[in-house]
Design a protein around this ligand. Structure first.
Ligand code: AMP
Ligand code: MG
Length: 394
C-alpha cells in the first residue's frame, strides 16, 4: 500500500493541465487559476495622497507655536490639486492627492481652524500621514504569477491596477457518479434496504465550492454494463471522473475492474484511514478518481488525495498545507495507516468525536477540522498535534 504522501506525489506528478485558457472577468474569477502573470502597468497608489482628513503643508514653512498658516486651497478626494503656495496650508481629505510643494499632512484632530487660517499643535514629523506613490505596488512588477488560484483579496489587488479581465484556465469539468444498488435520492421514499445518496451532495458541495463545474451523472447501479456505459459518458463529458463506491474487494464492486478494461488502474489502496480502497486510473485518456463509498471516506479522500490532483489539473501551483499545532485533549493509539481524525477545537484543546467510523458523517459536521495522525504514532492527552481546520481546504 502506498503512503498518503507517495499517493499524492504520484497523482500530482501525473496531472496534466487539460484545459485551455480564456479571457475572464476578474469580478467573477474567484477560484480561477491564472494562465499568465499579472504585471502592474501603474503605481498603486498612482500619486502621493493623504492618509488623513487634515492639512497639508511644507514642514519647513511652519512658523512655530501659536502661529497660524493661511489656508490657500481645499483638496477633496478625486480633485487635482494646485501647487501649494509657499507659507500656506491646504485643507485636505483622506485619499486626496497631496499638492506639489507639500511634504506633511497634519491630522485634523491636531489643528484648529479660525477665519481661514489653521493653528497646528503638535506638528508631526516631516512626511507624516502621506501614502506614497507606489507604496503598495510599483509599476512594472509582477504581482501574481501564472498558476496562482485567485482568492477574493487577489481580485481586489488586480482591480487596483485597473485590470478588469485576466487570462485564466477555464473551470475543470468534474463528472461525479454515485455507485450502489442501495442508493435512492433524497426527497423520495427510501423503501426497504435502501439508503439515501449523500455522497453526491458532499461531492457537489465541495467541488462547486472549489470552483469546478460539476457534471452530475447521478446514481449508477452495481451492474457492469451500466457502470461501463456511465464511465464512457463521463469520459466524454468531463475533464476528470470522480466516482464513489464500488472500488473495494466485494463481487459487487465493479468500478475498478471496468476502469481497468476501459483504460487502466494506476494505483489502488492507500494507507489512509478512512479511505483505504481509493483507486486512481484513467478511462481512455480521462483521469479517474475512484473514492470509496463510505461517506466519511469520500469526504476525507476528496480533501486529502483528490484535491491536490484537481488543483494540479486546473493549472494551479500546489503549496504544502501547513497545519496548526494544537493540544489534543484525547488519547488515540494509531495503527499502520495515516489517520485523519474528526475533531473540534475548544478552549480545553482538541476534542475527538466519539465515533471515528467511516460511516459516521455526523463527525464531519460536528467537527471543525482534521487531526493528521502519522502511521504508527499515538496521541496522548496534552500532545501537540497537527490540526487542519476545514478552512485549510478552501
Ligand atoms: P462500497 O464502497 O460501494 O462498498 O460502499 C461502502 C459503504 O458506503 C456502503 O455501506 C454503502 O452503502 C455506502 N455508500 C456507498 N455509496 C454511498 C452514497 N452515495 N451515499 C451514502 N452512502 C454510500
Ligand atoms: Mg457499493
Amino acid at each position: 500500500m502506498l503512503s498518503v504522501s507517495q499517493a499524492i506525489k504520484q497523482l500530482t506528478e501525473s496531472a496534466q493541465v487539460l484545459i485551455g485558457a480564456e479571457v475572464t472577468e476578474v469580478i467573477g474569477a474567484r477560484c480561477r487559476v491564472l494562465a499568465s502573470d499579472i504585471r502592474a502597468a501603474i503605481n498603486v497608489p498612482p500619486a502621493d495622497n493623504s492618509a488623513m482628513d487634515g492639512y497639508a503643508l511644507r514642514h519647513a514653512d511652519w512658523p512655530g507655536c501659536n502661529a497660524t498658516l493661511t489656508i490657500s486651497q481645499r483638496i477633496t478626494a478625486g480633485a487635482v490639486p494646485q501647487t501649494l503656495e509657499p507659507g500656506t496650508a491646504a485643507r485636505i481629505f483622506t485619499g486626496a492627492q497631496v499638492p506639489p510643494g507639500a511634504d506633511t499632512v497634519v491630522m485634523q484632530e491636531h489643528t484648529t481652524e479660525v477665519d481661514g487660517c489653521v493653528m497646528i499643535d503638535p506638528l508631526p514629523v516631516i512626511g507624516s500621514n502621506i501614502r506614497r506613490q507606489g507604496q503598495d505596488i510599483r509599476a512594472g512588477n509582477v504581482i501574481l504569477r501564472a498558476g496562482h488560484r485567485l482568492r477574493p483579496q487577489d481580485l481586489g489587488l488586480i482591480a487596483s491596477l485597473g485590470i478588469g479581465q485576466a487570462s485564466c484556465y477555464r473551470p475543470l469539468k468534474v463528472a461525479i457518479l454515485s455507485t450502489g444498488d442501495e442508493l435512492v435520492e433524497p426527497g423520495t421514499e427510501a423503501g426497504p434496504a435502501r439508503i439515501y445518496n449523500s455522497n453526491r451532495y458532499t461531492l457537489t458541495g465541495m467541488l462547486a465550492g472549489w470552483g469546478y463545474e460539476v457534471v452530475d451523472l447521478g446514481i449508477v447501479r452495481d451492474k457492469p454494463d451500466e457502470v461501463r456505459s456511465m464511465l464512457l459518458q463521463a469520459a466524454d463529458k468531463a475533464d476528470v471522473i470522480v466516482t464513489t463506491g464500488g472500488v473495494s474487494v466485494g463481487e459487487e464492486d465493479h468500478v475498478k475492474a471496468i476502469v481497468d478494461e476501459l483504460g487502466g488502474i494506476d494505483l489502488w489502496k492507500i494507507a489512509i484511514k478512512p479511505g483505504k480502497p481509493f483507486a486512481f486510473g484513467h478511462v481512455g485518456e480521462t483521469p479517474f478518481l475512484g473514492l470509496p463509498g463510505n461517506p466519511v471516506s469520500v469526504f476525507v479522500t476528496l480533501l486529502i488525495i483528490a484535491r491536490p490532483f484537481l488543483l494540479a489539473s486546473q493549472g494551479a501551483c500546489i503549496r504544502t498545507l501547513q497545519p496548526l499545532r494544537q493540544r489534543a485533549n484525547f488519547d488515540k493509539p494509531n495503527g499502520p495507516r495515516e489517520d485523519y481524525l474528526r475533531v473540534r477545537c475548544t478552549d480545553q484543546g482538541l476534542v475527538l468525536y466519539s465515533s471515528q467510523s467511516s460511516g459516521v458523517m455526523f463527525s464531519t459536521s460536528w467537527g471543525d477540522g482534521l487531526v493528521r495522525l502519522p502511521p504508527g504514532q499515538d496521541i496522548c492527552v496534552g500532545d501537540l498535534v497537527e490540526y487542519y481546520p476545514w478552512a485549510t481546504y478552501t
